[in-house]
Design a protein around this ligand. Structure first.
Ligand code: NAD
Length: 321
């Protein structure tokens, strides 16, 4: 593998996954408009530099991200068995539907858009917006049938509230759900994912942590308008950006390296939409892999600014979840 990006085990799945993963939501224009050729070039560059994990969802850009990723995968410079492809079901441009019928159809549609015969991971997308009991009794069993049919290799769940993971994992048959995809809970401003790491490890669940730049709050650019963070958090992140800027440093690099330091997390998924971002992030990730010294002074200053909003989050999903 070029460049020295490490591979880590994803729980008990047997998958070996690059420590930095390619987040596909920007391909659906969630962070501003991206030209298709740039999106495809970013995917190819990521593969060339050793990223073997690509995550997407039919929800991103109302199927656009899957379609664009599918075009990129047609000519990706690595064989199908050498990359790990993850998509989701249950959340769509039109709303949520975790019924067996819809998710079964949804996987077929995703495979078509992605130009593949199977996906390695299928996540129930943002479970807190559905009935968690339905996820347990209907969605996961439907996905297991697709697993038996060879269309999906492993089943995961994604969402914001960490308790929703516990609710589902405590109730599904052992080994059925093998992965969680958590987001915005392991970054400079929020490390609450750590609270459930021992629980997940005890169950042998693979941990994917997404959004190390807190969905754009720590990218150094203006976050998207839809960003759900309370203004207090946005203001504090802006202050942190200013601290870095004043020293000519990149908050994105600091935030990514901070997130990647934890080896209990199999992979950190970052949304990327240009060759430059891919190159910058892979470089930063390799520094972490090689044990390079961090900018501890800058980290301390930034952590001080973010301390008043540490672990501050927002509500997501149904009240009962
Ligand atoms: P993120 O924290 O990765 O931030 C993405 C933003 O940072 C984009 O605007 C991107 O262009 C920018 N960026 C990336 N590298 C940069 C760099 N070096 N310098 C400056 N800016 C940079 O947020 P995300 O994209 O929401 O999360 C990553 C991925 O995780 C998603 O694309 C998606 O695949 C997955 N995810 C899943 C869920 C879920 O399942 N519910 C939720 C969030 C994210």
């Amino acid at each position: 593998m070029a460049g020295g990006l490490g591979l880590r085990e994803l729980g008990g799945t047997g998958l070996k996954i690059s420590s930095l993963g390619f987040g596909g939501s920007p391909l659906g224009n969630l962070f501003g408009s991206v030209k298709e050729e740039d999106a495809i070039a970013s995917v190819h560059e990521a593969a060339r530099l050793g990223i073997n994990f690509f995550d997407v969802s039919p929800y991103y850009g109302d199927t656009l991200a899957e379609t664009v990723l599918g075009k990129a995968l047609k000519s990706i410079p690595i064989p199908r068995e050498d990359y790990v492809l993850s998509t989701k079901c249950g959340r769509y441009g039109s709303g949520f539907d975790f019924s067996a019928e819809r998710v079964t159809k949804s996987v077929d549609e995703s495979l078509q858009r992605l130009n593949v015969t199977y996906v390695d991971l299928i996540h129930c997308h943002d479970i807190e917006f559905g009935s968690l009991d339905q996820i347990v009794t209907e969605t996961v069993p439907a996905l297991q049938k697709l697993k038996d049919a060879g269309k999906v290799r492993h089943i995961g769940i994604s969402g914001l509230p960490l308790n929703a993971f516990r609710y589902v994992l405590d109730r599904v048959p052992k080994g059925s759900v093998e992965v969680v995809l958590s987001y915005c809970h392991y970054s400079l401003n929020d490390t609450s994912l750590l609270e459930i790491v021992p629980y997940l490890q005890e169950k042998g669940i693979g941990i994917i942590s997404a959004s190390p730049l807190s969905m754009g709050l720590l990218s150094g650019q203006t976050p998207p308008e839809w960003h759900p963070a309370p203004s207090e958090l946005k203001v504090a992140c802006n202050k942190a950006i200013e601290v870095c800027k004043a020293q000519g440093k990149s908050i994105a690099k600091l935030a990514l390296q901070y997130a990647m330091r934890n080896h209990d997390i199999a992979t950190t998924l970052v949304g990327m939409n240009s060759i430059e971002q891919v190159q910058e992030n892979v470089k930063a990730a390799i520094e972490v892999e090689q044990g390079a010294k961090y900018d501890e002074e800058l980290l301390k200053e930034v952590e001080k600014v973010l301390q008043p909003v540490k672990n501050l989050t927002w509500s997501s999903g149904r009240d009962e979840n």
